[in-house]
Design a protein around this ligand. Structure first.
Ligand code: ATP
Ligand code: ZN
Length: 697
């Protein structure tokens, strides 16, 4: 079979292809395409890893899978299907997470190239770190609807996956969700939390009851403290047989009252709202919420089940509050029945399980009504709650094709041909549908991953953040470590240990109680990732709704606002932005933050940057090109890879002069000087896609 490609690839490349060992990470939409391309191009030594099993919803685009494979390992089935294209291939499949400790640096070192086809940031960050450590070129790819991107990550040559900040996860302060929602999404998040409280896994920070500790309402809370009202919100007071008052949590209470729709409705939408109203400080500048009562809304009680399920099927209809109350009752019944069937007594919220979605849509809308927020249809709420971006099979196929062509260039050590490529929905000014970067953005010297001695400054409210939150939210969620050890530099004392149980006693302590205060330097180390980071603590007192911490790679950003040097209007083109939150991003380094008691919506999928060219900025950018070329030239001059041209930013020779090139995506610098593109996030629109001409030698 492999012989069929004789004469298609240049002889030297074909030899390289035969000899090389490739790792494919992810066997989903892009991964299936990549694997098929690899075997059809003559690669024989391939390993593929995916942790997931095949879902029915994968079949429309993950064509290595068929109906009979549903429920089976993606990696194993992908292997079997790909072998039918080329039985000579030697494919090893792992049904496992790439973050497992079984796949350490020595595992990655085996490969000549790693092709990543993942769908989430945490796994991508991890693969990035492993490839940097192992010094293996990584071809990172992703799609988001009609947009796709492929980029090479190579230690010392290019930016790494973490050189630039990502778009922050949308997160909402706990007090906004619990006390003062002002947008539909706040009510949707609240409704998902309510679902978890009643049926799902109870998660800390997912309280749905009014937050009496809200600093803005503190005065009122103090007044109410005598009545112990706040604890009543988390629980229900019931009188025991001996007349004593016993408090039980909401989940238990809901179960004990047999999920009585009226009782539950009145607690969440009447009693709790009345409690909120007592926090009068909150409503001095806001419109006060208006509680709704079950009996007033539905004096006749619930209508028959048939018409209810009919109503729940009307996904594009804007349900009235009365209808929401009906759907609430109906969903409650179905969910409580479903819960009984679960051995572990837990339901996992799933947008595709109708009662779960109905419940969230109904509750979100009732809450919206109470807070005078626009209600949404079930359809709209589903896309907001489920964070749905359509997967487009053709974008995956194009992206996977470019990935494998980039692998050819990597094997040939033709680094200059490996500039990032963005697939776009519309043709740009140069009639390009596939837009390549004009140059390699050099590694960010302040990157907290690939810099030689990574260090960050952490602005943090040391009086409010506990050690556990520091570990989970800062080190793991924000700085992407897996299992960190932390020592205080000046004393050598261990603040956090990766050994289970060794520092559990520190977890509830505030940083300040551990003497981790302004100016202290922490040495953090993730053994498995072979990653060390110094963290310089800069204490600040966070205000209500303000981030409790912020990662800053550049100390000058610590200056008070008025003293801040004016930021340049245009970003240096050398910064490859994956994020869209403009002003928060600087070329100096990542800056990420987390709001106080935040709630993140599940948008961690970070498949690709949506790029758009800003034609107006081009002229201004042109003048910067020479500076950039110089920077890139300096950066590349320092590299140890011999084959790197020193002027990677300049136009490279066209394919005629490169006998062995098999393909080149027309560089933006082909006909004219490379003009860096300014990228910003853009909405997908419905324009028809056009096809880029790709020259094949
Ligand atoms: N840590 C990980 N280790 C191995 N594979 C992973 C890891 N994280 C994600 N993946 C895999 O990466 C693949 C990404 O593919 P894709 O984006 O098409 O996602 P999907 O889950 O198949 O589709 P969708 O999310 O649209 O339902 C998935 O098959 C997923 O299981
Ligand atoms: Zn980096």
């Amino acid at each position: 079979m492999a012989a069929a490609i004789d004469g298609v690839l240049p002889a030297t490349l074909q030899e390289l292809v035969k000899k090389s060992k490739i790792l494919v990470v992810g066997a989903g939409g892009i991964g299936c395409e990549v694997l098929k391309n690899l075997v059809l191009s003559g690669f024989t030594e391939i390993e593929i890893i995916d942790l997931d099993t095949i879902d029915l919803s994968n079949l429309n685009r993950q064509f290595l899978f068929h109906r009979e494979h549903v429920g089976k390992s993606k990696a194993r089935v992908a292997k079997e299907s790909a072998l039918s294209f080329n039985p000579d291939a030697n494919i090893t499949a792992y049904h496992d997470s790439v973050t497992s400790t079984d796949y350490g640096v020595s595992f990655f070192k085996k490969f000549d190239v790693v092709l990543s086809a993942l769908d989430n940031r945490a796994a991508r960050n991890h693969v990035n770190r492993m490839c940097l450590n192992a010094d293996v070129p990584l071809i990172e790819s992703g799609t988001s609807g009609y947009n796709g991107q492929v980029e090479l990550i190579k230690r010392g040559l290019t930016q790494c996956y973490e050189c630039t900040p990502k778009e922050k996860q949308r997160s909402f302060p706990g007090c906004t969700i619990r006390n003062t929602p002002s947008e539909p999404i706040h009510c949707i998040v609240w409704a998902k939390h309510l679902f978890n409280q009643l049926f799902g896994e109870s998660v800390e920070d997912e309280d749905i009851s009014p937050d009496a500790a809200d600093p803005e309402a503190q005065e009122d809370a103090d007044k109410q403290a005598d009545g112990d009202a706040s604890s009543e919100l988390e629980s229900k007071a019931v009188e025991s047989a001996n007349g004593n008052v016993v408090r039980i949590n909401t989940r238990q209470w809901a179960k004990d009252c047999n999920y009585d729709a009226g009782k539950l409705f009145n607690k969440f939408f009447n009693d709790d709202i009345n409690y909120l109203l007592k926090m009068s400080n909150l409503w001095k500048t806001r419109k006060a919420p208006e509680p709704v009562q079950w009996e007033t809304l539905l004096p006749e009680g619930i209508t028959n089940t048939e018409s209810l399920s009919e109503l729940a099927r009307q996904h594009h209809k804007l349900w009235s509050v009365e209808e929401c109350a009906q759907v609430f009752a109906h969903a409650l019944k179905e969910l409580s029945a479903a819960l009984k069937l679960e051995a572990d007594n837990i339901l996992v919220w799933d947008k595709d399980f109708p009662p779960s979605m109905d419940f969230v849509a109904a509750c979100a809308n009732v809450r919206s009504q109470i807070f005078n927020i626009e209600r949404k249809t079930r359809f709209e709420i589903k896309s907001m709650a489920g964070n749905i971006i359509p997967a487009i099979a053709t974008t995956n196929a194009i992206t996977a094709g470019i990935s494998v062509m980039r692998a050819f260039s990597v094997l040939n050590a033709k680094w200059e041909q490996c500039k990032a490529v963005y697939a776009r929905l519309r043709l740009n000014g140069r009639q390009q549908f596939l837009v390549p970067d004009g140059f390699f953005p050099p590694p960010n010297p302040n990157c907290y991953v690939c810099a030689s001695d990574p260090a960050i400054t952490l602005r943090i409210d040391t009086k409010r953040v506990q050690m556990k939150a520091f570990r989970d939210d800062v080190l793991i969620k924000t700085l992407n470590m897996l299992n960190p050890d932390v020592t205080v530099e000046s004393t050598g004392s261990i603040a956090i240990s990766s050994e289970e149980g060794e520092t559990t006693c520190n977890e509830p302590k505030l940083l300040s109680e551990m003497n981790i205060v302004d100016g202290v330097i922490l040495k953090c180390d993730d053994f498995f990732q072979n990653y060390e980071l110094s963290i310089i603590i800069a204490h600040f007192d966070a205000e209500r709704d303000e981030a409790l911490f912020e990662v800053i790679a550049d100390k000058s950003q610590l200056q008070p606002k008025e003293e801040e040097p004016e930021q340049p209007k245009e970003q240096e083109p050398s910064s490859r932005k994956r994020a869209a939150n403009g002003s928060d991003i600087t070329d100096e380094g990542p800056s990420t933050s987390k709001r106080s008691r935040p709630t993140e919506i599940d948008d961690s999928d970070d498949d690709c940057l949506v790029v758009e060219e800003d034609e107006d900025a081009e002229e201004e950018q042109k003048s910067k090109l020479d500076d950039v070329a110089e920077v890139v030239s300096d950066a590349t001059a320092k590299l140890s890879v011999e084959s790197i041209p020193k002027t990677a930013a300049k136009r490279k020779p066209t394919i005629e002069s490169e006998q062995e090139d098999i393909m080149e995506i027309l560089d933006s610098s082909d006909e004219e000087p490379a003009v860096p593109t300014k990228r910003k996030r853009t909405k997908l629109d419905d324009d028809t896609s056009c096809v880029e001409v790709i020259s094949i030698d």
